[in-house]
Design a protein around this ligand. Structure first.
Ligand SMILES: Cc1ncc(COP(=O)(O)O)c(C=O)c1O
Length: 403
């Protein structure tokens, strides 16, 4: 027998709670059930044709590496896009951008560049679980500030300030949030950035859902850390084509920082993994031509889905907050163990051949014992399907044996 053992890091790597139920969902589908996947943020909106065409138009004879920080033409096009159509007020230098393999790699590079093993990054829980996954890979601890469903998972800048300790190297915050849908106002974003500057920690602002805000005027986007000049030395913005263009498979993201040392560190990480994908960058560059009207239509569609889902959930007696952006809703359920409930929905329950796959929220918290009555739903499905999902959930809650 082999005496080779895994590293502790490898052996203890957390499994994604978002994908944890995938096997049960597959088994339910194999039994002939229709399983509505509300567990994963895979947009169903068709990817813009201009992007798909760009893939088809690739005819180079050699599929070569790209530069480690991305094609300069693409970085220039991104820098041009933000202040013109991306709703950012301040100019961006293409050299402040490092193109990565999805926003995921941008997060990995950002955390690796600012925190050493044993250091802490501050997050607001429930948080996007991969903040924990990447931190774990790097030996970095996650320190949580706990939000509450009772006030719509609002983020209080003062609470963040109080949670900063001598070990904190960075704050990681998404706006709009996953899994909460919380959108930071420009003034709260500025205040939080100011706190990070005063306490001399980095602010990794995850803006991959910035285009999806529902309670502002049409065409609005969530406030961006790129507009907070006073934080330039402390700010790292994470962005991606995945959600913006319904193009999760393109695996193109980037980080933006005006801190040249940070940018240099990210570039060196980029050199280690050689290059982001070549053809996907061409397609992502083509996507920058997608007109504003497309975003407005997509936003209107998600808003309508959000409203349908929130109304439906309230109608069945659930006390749910209204998410202000992204396409997730985190909700408390009248069950003690949402993980067991979500499994049961897949193994032992159906309504006329249909069931739902939800994401239990326990894994989105690092404080033991929290989130065990909560689930996340992604509203990336048509409205009539969402309505059916609410009915299935209602019946499931009534039939749940250990309720
Ligand atoms: C909050 C948040 N940040 C970053 C990502 C990473 O996305 P990608 O690597 O596809 O760009 C996701 C994906 O779901 C996300 O929800």
């Amino acid at each position: 027998m082999s005496t080779c053992t895994l590293s502790r890091r490898g052996a203890e790597a957390p499994a994604s709670p978002i994908r944890a139920l995938a096997g049960l969902a597959r088994a339910a589908a194999d039994r002939g059930l229709t399983v509505h996947g509300l567990n994963i943020g895979q947009p169903d909106i068709p990817t813009p044709k201009i992007m798909i065409e760009a893939y088809r138009a690739f005819h180079d004879e050699v599929l070569a590496y790209a530069p480690s920080d991305g094609f300069v033409d693409y970085r220039q096009a991104l820098a041009d896009w933000y202040p013109t159509r991306g709703g950012v007020r301040r100019a961006i230098d293409p050299d402040d951008i490092v193109v990565t393999t999805g926003g995921s790699e941008a997060l990995l590079f950002a955390i690796a560049a600012v925190a050493d093993p044993g250091d802490e990054v501050l997050v607001c829980e429930p948080y996007y679980t991969n903040y924990g996954g990447f931190s774990h890979m790097l030996g970095v601890e996650v320190a949580p500030v706990t939000l509450s469903a009772s006030n719509g998972f609002q983020i209080d800048p003062d609470t963040i300030e109080t949670a900063i300790t001598g070990k904190t190297r960075a704050l990681i915050l998404p706006t709009p949030g996953n899994p909460t849908g919380t959108v930071l106002s420009a003034s709260d974003l500025e205040r939080i950035a100011q706190i990070c500057v005063e306490r001399d920690i980095f602010f990794i602002c995850d803006e991959v859902y910035r285009d999806f805000v529902y309670d502002q005027e049409p065409g609005a986007r969530a406030a961006s850390l790129l507009d907070v000049e006073a934080a330039d030395e402390h700010a790292i913005v994470i962005d991606s084509v995945s959600k913006r263009y319904s193009a999760c498979g393109a695996r193109i993201g980037w980080l933006i920082t005006r801190n040249s040392e940070l940018r240099e560190a990210a570039l060196r990480f980029g050199q280690t993994r050689l290059s982001p994908a070549t053809v996907d960058q061409y397609a992502a560059q083509a996507a920058l031509q997608v007109p504003e009207s497309w975003f407005r239509e997509v936003n209107a569609q998600y808003k309508s889905r959000r409203d349908t889902l929130v109304e439906g959930l309230r109608h069945i007696g659930l006390n749910v907050p209204t998410p202000e952006g992204a396409f997730y809703i985190a909700i408390p359920l009248p069950v003690e163990d949402s993980d067991a409930f979500c499994r049961w929905l897949l193994t032992d329950f159906e309504v006329d051949g249909e069931t739902v796959c939800l994401a239990p929220l326990g894994g989105f918290y690092s404080t033991e014992g929290l989130g065990h009555n909560e689930v996340r739903m992604a509203y990336c499905l048509e409205e009539d399907v969402l309505q059916r999902c609410v009915r299935i959930l209602e019946r499931g809650l009534k039939a749940w044996p250990t309720r």
